[in-house]
Design a protein around this ligand. Structure first.
Ligand SMILES: NC(=O)c1ccc[n+]([C@@H]2O[C@H](COP(=O)([O-])OP(=O)(O)OC[C@H]3O[C@@H](n4cnc5c(N)ncnc54)[C@H](OP(=O)(O)O)[C@@H]3O)[C@@H](O)[C@H]2O)c1
Length: 258
């Protein structure tokens, strides 16, 4: 199936490793012109090199998406290099674990800025040009833990990820008349070299084997490319009738009936 992504301009935030890199690689493999950003410029350059070496067109821009000047510089650079953004993949995200009374305002503000506000702000920045051109796709990377409880100490992650799912739905309905689609995805536990699950597997292999047995019906962690390929489809015209959806990509890990 041709996804029709050739020459589409995609921006993937947090594209230097993990899920974001895999999304950028899948989009580039489908012929999109892909901009990626992250704060660590060396890692970003190496990530871009791997995509170029596979024949993809990629543009790395060092930027912190929580910083307004960096966001503006990022969008200007992408516009100058590739033209206006057709596909925005808001992927950056993190977590600060802690039981609610042990969390600080600083913990909350920092993760709300990263997981939610940077996504709101980048979406707001690209929407006017998408509206003018009557086309565009925005995707938010949430988590199955935006849809259901993942355990004590996860309140900041739960709150911000469920907010993203709500945001995607609200934007989808608001922007449908302009020809702009908005969705979110809810990955389950994905292991990739250097990622948080990889670290835990190295540190506590038996505990992680028990975790998989108890939580993931497919019997393994997900791979980053399994998220990247789903994202490439969801942002493509082949998914033209999907908007306002939150898609689980989790090997059956989530338990919610709806
Ligand atoms: N891994 C999983 O199992 C899993 C499961 C469900 C959902 N998710 C979600 O999927 C997304 C990606 O997860 P991941 O595990 O691939 O994350 P990760 O390994 O922590 O990678 C995050 C990426 O974002 C960049 N980044 C972080 N803060 C940034 C900032 N302020 N400005 C610009 N770039 C920034 C990082 O590079 P720098 O550090 O150099 O900036 C890196 O490229 C997150 O939203 C996460 O919540 C992950």
């Amino acid at each position: 199936m041709d996804l029709g992504l050739t020459d589409k301009v995609a921006l993937v935030t947090g594209g230097s490793r993990g899920l974001g890199w895999a999304m950028a690689a899948s989009l580039a493999a489908e012929g999109a012109r892909v901009a990626i950003c992250a704060r660590n410029q060396d890692r970003l350059a190496q990530a871009a090199e791997k995509i170029s070496a596979a024949g993809g067109e990629v543009f790395p821009v060092g930027a912190d998406v929580t910083d307004v000047a960096d966001r503006n510089r990022l969008l200007t650079a992408v516009k100058e290099r590739f033209g206006p953004v057709d596909v925005l993949v808001n992927n950056v995200g993190g977590n600060r674990r802690g039981m609610i009374c042990e969390t600080t305002d600083e913990d909350w503000h920092s993760i709300i800025d990263l997981n939610l506000m940077s996504h709101v702000q980048l979406a707001r920045d690209v929407i006017p040009s998408m509206r003018e051109r009557r086309r565009g796709v925005i995707l938010f990377v949430a988590s199955i833990f935006g849809r259901e409880f993942g355990g004590p100490g996860m309140s900041i992650y739960h709150t911000t990820k469920s907010a993203l799912i709500g945001l995607a739905k609200a934007l989808a309905l608001e922007l449908a008349p302009d020809g702009i689609r908005v969705n979110s995805i809810a990955p389950g536990s994905i292991r990739f070299p250097g990622g948080s699950w990889d670290r835990r597997c190295e540190e506590e292999p038996e505990k992680m084997a028990e975790f998989i047995a108890a939580n993931i019906p497919m019997g393994r962690f997900g791979h980053a490319h399994e998220i990247g390929d789903v994202v490439a489809f969801l942002v493509s015209d082949r998914a033209a009738w999907i908007t306002g959806a939150c898609l689980n990509v989790d090997g059956g890990q989530s338990r919610s009936l709806i």
